[in-house]
Design a binder for this molecule. Structure first.
Ligand code: NAD
Length: 437
């Protein structure tokens, strides 16, 4: 049966920076951090906000806003993606940068946290316009980022091609090759084997490691419902199926607009089939999916599916106290592929229902871990095989899961609190050792 429905309106989300600071305050209380350390870690060390004038294809001029936030670099150069989005905000970038700081520390990488943003909808720009916007972002920041200070990467709606233009602009300005300036590069420009699938694959590695640590049997066949069908979601789905699971539903934008739909099939979605219907920005063609017999449901219906695991892998603020009321009783795990998909209120409601949330800072740490491997290769002129990268990646994530689950069991806290306790404590210690606090 195919059901066609009216699209979900795009709902304004809670402020992610408020959520990030509330999570931090909780952990700071538990760790008994002193006032100066709290003040330092509760806000970014540095922020850059600037304008990017661009000549459009028709000769007219447009001015885009760009931003880079370096939340903390006590443990190493800032690290974090660049989001291309017309619906972002400065607070969103601040929140994402703060989460990056904890994430790098939880994964025990010698990196700090950063995040970038260009206020644009790349789907409405030609490729040459996108190139000029990317180069403009780098021109404004070229002296404040770099292999030993701040290393960008792809994020929502940015791709290896965008990274390639940014690298070229950076190297042109500085007059030398510095492939370690950016990660998520195409392979011929010094990208790492395994990077494209690292985040999504990592989500599933972490999920299975948590199941194992909690002595939960995956049962006959684990089922999942996923939000998003972009970089993270696609590879998470693939890995989930490779490890014996069944993906029952996927939610994404419909090509060409910002209406979201859920594509559901009780016997499991066909990932190859859906990929053929997906554009470069992870939007699935609704008409094509309907013709193939998918049930086309409202965008939020992915939350209400009778599955074992929900994988939010699109945007922040998607699981709210209200939306998780519709959760099916079968759901036991939420593996956060996206950054900040669960609000603090939803976190509490989920804990009360006995649902285990595997937090973003752990679940999607595969991306930055592999980016770090790419940095090491770029900075040392070496090349690692995909097998080596993925073996190191799985081992690193398993170590992080081990530490976080032990802390959770020892302190009787959720996995999010346990992860943040580890991350914040490590960053606070680095700041103390440097004499900052
Ligand atoms: P992407 O641009 O490749 O894909 C985003 C997907 O989300 C698309 O499929 C889009 O259709 C979908 N989407 C957007 N709004 C939606 C909505 N309201 N309902 C349903 N679907 C919707 O982005 P990505 O790189 O896969 O990133 C996804 C999330 O993962 C972000 O939170 C990002 O910060 C996080 N993340 C990404 C990486 C990485 O390596 N790319 C690493 C860590 C975390």
């Amino acid at each position: 049966m195919t059901t066609l429905v009216a699209p979900d309106a795009v709902v304004p989300l809670a402020n992610p920076y408020d959520a990030a600071r509330r999570q931090f305050d909780r952990v700071a209380d538990r760790l008994g951090l002193d006032r100066a350390t709290r003040e330092l870690l509760r806000a970014p060390l540095r922020e850059f906000r600037f304008q990017i004038p661009v000549t459009m294809d028709d000769g007219t001029k447009r001015v885009f806003t760009g931003m880079r936030v370096q939340h903390n670099d006590a443990r190493g150069p800032s690290k974090g993606g660049i989001r291309l989005s017309a619906s972002g905000s400065a607070d969103e970038v601040r929140a994402l940068a703060m989460w990056m700081t904890w994430k790098c520390a939880i994964a025990d990488l010698p990196l700090g946290g950063g995040k970038g943003w260009i206020d644009c909808d790349p789907r409405a720009l030609s490729l040459t316009e996108q190139e000029r916007v990317c180069r403009g972002w780098v021109r404004q920041l070229a002296r404040n980022v770099g292999a030993d200070s701040d290393v960008p990467a792809p994020d929502v709606m940015s791709s290896p091609q965008h990274m390639a233009w940014m690298l070229d602009e950076f190297e042109t300005i500085h007059g030398r090759h510095t492939p370690g300036f950016i990660t998520g590069k195409p392979l011929p420009l010094g990208g790492s084997a395994g990077r494209v699938e690292a985040t999504g694959r990592g989500v599933i590695t972490v999920l299975h490691a948590v199941l194992e640590a909690m002595n939960v049997s995956a049962g006959s066949r684990l089922t999942a419902s996923v939000q998003g069908f972009g970089n993270v979601a696609k590879y998470a789905c693939r890995r989930f199926v490779e490890r014996g699971g069944l993906v029952r539903a996927v939610s994404s934008w419909h090509s060409g607009d910002e209406c979201a739909y859920t594509y559901e099939r009780p016997e499991g979605v066909d990932l190859d089939e859906l990929e053929r219907l997906t554009d470069a920005f992870g939007a699935i063609d609704k008409g094509g999916a309907a013709r193939l017999g998918y049930n086309v449901l409202p965008g939020n219906a992915w939350i209400e599916q009778p599955v074992d695991v929900l994988i939010p892998a699109a945007l922040e603020g998607q699981l709210t106290a209200e939306s998780v009321r519709g959760l099916d009783g079968r759901v036991r795990f939420i593996a956060e592929g996206a950054n900040g998909p669960t609000t603090p209120e939803a976190d509490e409601a989920l804990a009360a229902r006995g649902v285990t949330v595997i937090p973003d800072v752990l679940a999607n740490a595969g991306g930055v871990t592999c980016s770090y491997f790419e940095q090491v290769q770029s900075n040392t002129g070496s090349w690692w095989s995909r097998e080596k990268v993925l073996t190191l990646l799985d081992a690193s994530l398993s170590r992080a899961v081990d530490e976080v689950t032990r802390t959770a069991a020892r302190d009787g806290v959720t996995l999010r609190e346990a992860a943040n306790l580890t991350g914040v404590a490590r960053v606070a210690e680095a700041c103390r050792l440097r004499g900052w606090v």
